[in-house]
Design a protein around this ligand. Structure first.
Ligand code: AMP
Length: 614
């Protein structure tokens, strides 16, 4: 398939040489790289001293945003306005992240357990997509400044375990940053590519990628055949990494030297000292320092003993990943080391020992993923003619949902043939028919996309709103023919249609559709968040009305009046077009009704125990 370079500023299709950058959008740090004249270059900051961009954002009191090192330095002074670890929130609902909310210094919003999370800063609400887009913009600026040329196409990496919604969120962030995301690549695949593994179409191999970063651990097993990477299994721990090695040192010192940690300054100082010791012990036998006038010491032997249990945990994941892939250690041809913490020699030697093979560690473990992304980008740019590229679908395919929003089922650039499905439900009691309207395109509102067809799923048996389980399945064959099926799973009522997805659309038209999606990304996101906030608000107004009706027997006069007042306020805000106001009204209503809902639950339970039903 031809790749078309587009100039975002002019909206023109360009003839110039294709430059596509590779981006490693990390939890702690991000990097950007590109390939030129057979060389892969990781972009440095202006001073030429730092390639890592901390994935941290700082909002000043006027909501001006700073990204990177400067933002990181604000973390101690203004934790509530310094946002880090956004990657952990990508594509997640509040119920998925609630447990580690207290580990974040900033506020995440729980207006609706099912909706995607938002972060509150200075009274405004931001989605992780918008926040990640700011990091991507900073990386885009960095490379543009260095090259003196505009960059508008990128390959972005994600962990192998990222699901559909996390991948889609990453794509959207790229779009919002003004980048045409040509492909989302798995981080272990990128790391292997950087080591030159898989670039030879004749080569067949099985690889283990061991990625121990600052706060996360992943082990992925990949198989490469005919230049195609397949993830056979992936295991890991989203809270295991270099920070734990530091903590092991701190705990040891506190015990050994009876240290007292009195405040956050002490905490920070000892943490930095432990990290320094860890790094120093990569090349020397002993580390000496002082803390609050006490001498500290750590030998390499003691350090290794301290971190053994942590390494052991990672090796358990290796065993499990092998089991999941139905392989044994001897099936692994190469082991690739990724992440700053794999610099510790003891980590490398324990991993080599485990697999019975020397590990690939000749490259900078912080940079391999970005370099691999740049190599993949270069392949997509058509500069590496010998490498096979799999056919992909050029535009996203999806259906219309409430409020005219596009819900993508097969994202663009998915390998074909492919199939994907998603479950929906009805919004009205006793609803008999459901219209399924199929669209192609990248814009958030279906009106801005191209309609491919529609059909009606008829004769759904009468059920209350929200009860039917309607699965919409998209099956896209290698010729771009799309079959769409809708089935109500409880009653097995089903309808099928066949649609020719790319029919009548030229590559140029496709390119123009992409341009408009990138140009309008910001406005689209705004419309989408407003529509989503309205949908969420309307759902809450309905459930609150139902709640009052069902609990009239015990709700006090005042509770009813106040709930109704807050609900009326929310309805009023829904009529307006400020999503933050809607969100705030939802929060206020939720805060007031949450204890009432709890009380209702208690009454329900105690009545059930008495044998009465309510
Ligand atoms: P990453 O998330 O891949 O950037 O990894 C960052 C982690 O690597 C942090 O925990 C660092 O302390 C750790 N790290 C960086 N340099 C070294 C080193 N020389 N030896 C051991 N750990 C290191």
């Amino acid at each position: 398939m031809a790749r078309i370079p587009i100039n975002i500023k002019t909206g023109e299709i360009e003839k110039q040489e294709n430059l596509i950058v590779g981006i490693d959008l990390g939890t702690t740090n991000s990097l950007v790289a590109y390939s030129k004249d057979g060389e892969t270059i990781v972009v440095e900051d202006k001073s030429g001293s730092q390639k890592l961009v901390p994935s941290v954002l700082y909002f000043d009191e006027h909501n001006n945003i700073v990204v990177g090192q400067e933002a990181l330095e604000k973390q101690l002074i203004h934790p509530e306005r310094t946002i880090y670890s956004v990657k952990r929130l990508m594509g997640k609902a509040y119920k998925d992240v609630g447990t580690y909310e207290n580990q974040l210094g900033y506020k995440i919003i729980d207006t609706d357990e099912e909706q995607l999370v938002k972060v509150e800063i200075n009274g405004s609400y931001y989605s992780p997509i918008t926040l990640s887009a700011e990091i991507l913009k900073a990386l885009k600026n960095r490379v543009e400044e260095q090259l003196g040329q505009q960059v508008y196409q990128a390959v972005i990496t994600v962990p192998a375990y990222f699901n559909d919604s996390q991948r889609q969120a990453t794509r959207d962030a790229g779009k919002l940053a003004g980048l045409n995301v040509l492909r989302i690549v798995n981080e272990p695949t990128a790391a292997s590519l950087a080591y030159g593994i898989g670039q030879d179409p004749e080569q067949e191999s099985t690889i283990a990628v061991y990625d121990l970063g600052g706060g996360t651990f992943d082990l992925s097993i990949l198989s490469i055949q005919n230049g195609i990477f397949e993830v056979l299994s992936t295991q890991g721990d989203t809270f295991l990494g270099g920070d734990d090695l530091d903590k092991a040192i701190i705990d040891y010192w506190i015990e050994q030297y009876a240290l007292t940690i009195d405040n956050t300054i002490d905490q920070q100082t000892i943490r930095l000292e432990a990290e320094k010791a860890k790094k120093a012990l990569s090349s020397s036998d002993i580390y000496k320092s002082t803390f609050k006038e006490k001498d500290l010491e750590l030998t390499q032997i003691k350090f290794e003993e301290l971190i053994n249990p942590i390494i052991e945990k990672t090796l358990v994941h290796c065993t499990n990943a092998l089991k999941d892939a139905e392989l044994t250690k001897t099936d692994i041809d190469e082991i690739v080391m990724v992440g700053g913490s794999t610099r510790t020699p003891h980590v490398k030697s324990r991993v080599s020992e485990f697999f019975g093979k020397k590990v690939n560690d000749s490259m900078n473990p912080d940079e391999v993923v970005a370099m691999g992304a740049a190599i993949q980008a270069n392949i997509l740019a058509g500069n590496e003619k010998d490498i096979l590229l799999i056919d992909v679908t050029p535009l996203s395919l999806g259906i219309e949902t409430v409020g005219g929003l596009m819900d993508t089922i097969i994202p663009r650039n998915s390998k074909v043939p492919t199939r994907a499905g998603r479950q929906y439900t009805t919004s009205v009691d006793g609803q008999k028919n459901l219209k399924v309207a199929v669209y192609q395109g990248e814009r958030d509102l279906v009106d801005d996309n191209r309609k491919l067809g529609e059909f009606i799923l008829k004769d759904i048996p009468p059920m209350a709103a929200g009860i039917p389980k309607i699965e919409v399945r998209f099956i896209l064959d290698a010729d771009g023919i799309l079959k769409v099926e809708a089935e109500e799973l409880r009653s097995k009522v089903m309808t099928k249609v066949e649609i020719r997805s790319q029919y009548g659309i030229s590559e140029e038209e496709m390119a123009l559709m992409l341009i408009s999606s990138i140009k309008n990304a910001e406005q689209d996101l705004h419309k989408r968040s407003l529509l989503e906030a309205r949908n969420e608000g309307n759902n809450i107004v309905h459930s609150v009305a139902r709640f009052i009706n069902q609990n009239l027997s015990w709700l006090s006069e005042e509770e009813q009046t106040e709930t109704k007042r807050l609900s009326a306020n929310l309805q009023d805000k829904i009529k307006g077009d400020n999503k933050d106001n809607i969100q705030k009204a939802i929060e206020e209503l939720n805060a007031y009704t949450a204890p009432l809902a709890e009380k209702a639950m208690d009454i329900h339970v105690s009545n059930a125990l008495k044998g009465t039903t309510i």
